[in-house]
Ligand binder design. Structure first.
Ligand code: 15L
Length: 276
């Protein structure tokens, strides 16, 4: 049994894979969840939770859903690289609605950011949470924008945020890149708990990756402040996945992998020294 938040927690993107997992896990801990998604919730709604279908574009709906909530775990929006027009509504305008609701309620936002906000850093680098944002597409750009929005709401309105730069949250790692970036569901759940129940978080970044031996890319984040340390590791999958690489030099060069290669049209890769 973990600490139980005093107020309900709004969970956006509840019908996605991570939302469904967290809905089950957090209600299992006795949390009161208000869940929402544009898609119907595919499972039976767990005891302690309610579900309301809503579009992140609908600011009034988001304000109503957030009423009385102490925290918003914001997983909603487009979760893969897509054309700009598809990202704009859910990920940019929707995020504004989430932050406005948080401001009105005095709620904390736990924003599911992504490694794709920094995807064009090279895999040979080790970067801290304050490294330059280098989004690898429109999706990554929406995550970078979300972090900046959260920063503005903290400095201007005192809205607290944790930006969780999720690596690859799947039941199991799927390829050699994920031997570095994998975040187990159990580590993600424990992280979300700490993000909500830690008394003061200010506005901070945490890298969402398990304790993978190959995770040499990311360091210096807010995990100690949050009291979180990953417990799982992709290492047992190294033998079966070590050779599972794309063969594409762009994907293999940069942290963002596949997303970096989508629509890539530079004749030659960007020289790294320009970004130092
Ligand atoms: C993400 O942000 C995506 O939502 C997910 O589908 C994966 O592609 C993941 O990043 C990743 O980089 O592995």
């Amino acid at each position: 049994m973990t600490d139980t938040p005093a107020k309900p927690v709004l969970l956006t993107g509840a019908s996605g894979a991570l939302g469904r997992m967290l809905a089950k896990a957090l209600t299992g801990e006795g949390w009161t969840l208000r869940m929402t998604d544009i898609a119907p919730f595919p499972d039976p709604v767990p005891a302690g939770a309610t579900f309301a279908k809503a579009d992140l574009n609908d600011g009034v709906a988001i304000l109503r859903l957030a009423e009385g909530c102490g925290a918003i775990i914001h997983l909603g929006g487009v979760a893969v690289e897509r054309p700009f027009e598809e990202i704009l509504g859910p990920n940019i305008r929707g995020l504004y609605h989430v932050y406005e609701a948080a401001r009105r309620e005095g709620a904390r936002v736990i924003f599911a950011s992504s490694n794709h906000a920094i995807g064009f850093h090279e895999r040979t680098e080790t970067i801290g949470a304050d490294a330059q944002l280098l989004p690898d597409g429109y999706y990554g750009l929406s995550k970078a924008y979300g972090e900046l929005m959260g920063r503005m709401y903290w400095f201007k309105h005192g809205v607290e945020s944790v930006f969780v730069r999720i690596g690859s949250a799947f039941p199991e790692p799927k390829d050699a890149r994920m031997l570095a970036t994998w975040l187990s569901y159990a580590d993600l759940e424990r992280l979300m708990v700490r993000c909500v129940v830690t008394p003061e978080v200010g506005c901070c970044v945490v890298w969402g990756a398990s304790a993978n031996g190959r995770m040499t890319w990311w360091r210096d984040d807010a995990r100690a402040q949050l009291g979180w340390a990953p417990q799982d590791s992709a290492d047992p999958f190294a033998r079966q996945l070590g050779d599972k690489v794309s063969g594409d030099p762009i994907q293999e060069r940069y942290m963002g992998g596949l997303f970096c290669g989508i629509g890539y049209s530079r004749p030659a890769p960007a020289p790294a020294q320009l970004f130092e």
